[in-house]
Write a protein that binds this ligand. Structure first.
Ligand code: AMP
Ligand code: MN
Length: 267
């Protein structure tokens, strides 16, 4: 429902083929795919976990906070997600103005066409459009040149506040998880400040093993998890075949960690 290319039921079928036994669907700022995925998971005999990945601005940095075991019917959560989504179209227009100024035209229409859900237009749709048009060889290149952190078309955007995101997740019965901590441009003192503030707010876990971590991050964040008393999560960060690591392809979380799925109520 956000920036993946595989529909929820097809995603669950793919996970099943690849030997996945438990799966959370975690669209950015949107829960519209959960009912379809849950139904497919029942058919395939997979344990399904309702999820979402909330875009947060913390000290000027974009941080993603995953909610696992959330209740998508919770009104405060839905109001929060709607508010978080609401700036995306205007942000896309500002991104396209920068592309225009660089002589790369048609990006707003192109990216909107690729976003099945225009309210969820994201940098990923821009990356795919630039790739389709031959401006770059891969979506990764598009992030490296234009869309990634510190690059010209990654315009400033104020997402949700960290305390709000944690409260929406916890308030709906979920567990809050810092997504891919190894991806943020934070030095050690800043990372420690983020983790301790997150814990004080009621955050319960961090992603240790994820498709968007380098292998050296697995042991580093396993140690942080133990030190801060966080459970550990594992996420493919799968978006599209060929674009990201596939479902069910990650190593297990390190043995020193407590798996986050043990903290979630059984269905
Ligand atoms: P947005 O919410 O519009 O800022 O877009 C976030 C999406 O961009 C996420 O799905 C990420 O997977 C993707 N993304 C962010 N940085 C990179 C990167 N350096 N390389 C590839 N994808 C990225
Ligand atoms: Mn994404």
């Amino acid at each position: 429902m956000s920036d993946g290319t595989v529909a929820p039921a097809a995603l669950v079928a793919r996970a099943s083929r690849r030997g996945v036994g438990s799966l959370a669907l975690t669209d950015h700022d949107d829960t519209g795919g959960l009912a379809e995925a849950a139904e497919a998971a029942r058919e395939h005999g997979i344990r399904f976990i309702n999820g979402v990945e909330i875009s947060v601005t913390w000290q000027g940095e974009t941080i993603h906070v995953v909610g696992l075991g959330i209740d998508p019917a919770d009104a405060a959560l839905q109001a929060g997600l709607a508010a978080t989504r609401s700036g995306r179209i205007e942000r896309a227009q500002r991104m396209s103005a920068v592309f225009d100024s660089l002589g790369i035209e048609g990006t707003f229409e192109g990216a909107t066409r690729l976003a099945g859900n225009p309210r969820m237009i994201s940098r990923t749709h821009y990356a795919r459009y630039l790739c389709d048009q031959g401006h770059v060889k891969s979506t990764k290149d598009a992030f490296r040149r234009w869309l990634g952190s510190g690059r010209p078309c990654n315009v400033a955007q104020e997402w949700a506040r960290l305390d709000d995101a944690v409260h929406w997740i916890n308030g709906s019965g979920g567990v809050a998880v810092i997504a891919h901590p190894g991806r943020y441009a934070l030095d050690r003192p800043q990372m420690r400040a983020l983790l301790s503030e997150f814990r004080d707010l009621g955050g319960a876990a961090i992603e240790v093993v994820t498709g968007s971590h380098q292998p050296q991050h697995f042991s580093l964040f396993a140690k942080y998890a133990v030190e801060f008393g966080f459970a550990a999560s594992c996420g493919s960060d799968f978006h599209s075949p060929g674009e990201s690591r596939d479902l069910g392809g990650l190593p297990p979380i390190p043995a020193i960690c407590e798996p986050v799925w043990q903290r979630l109520p059984a269905d």
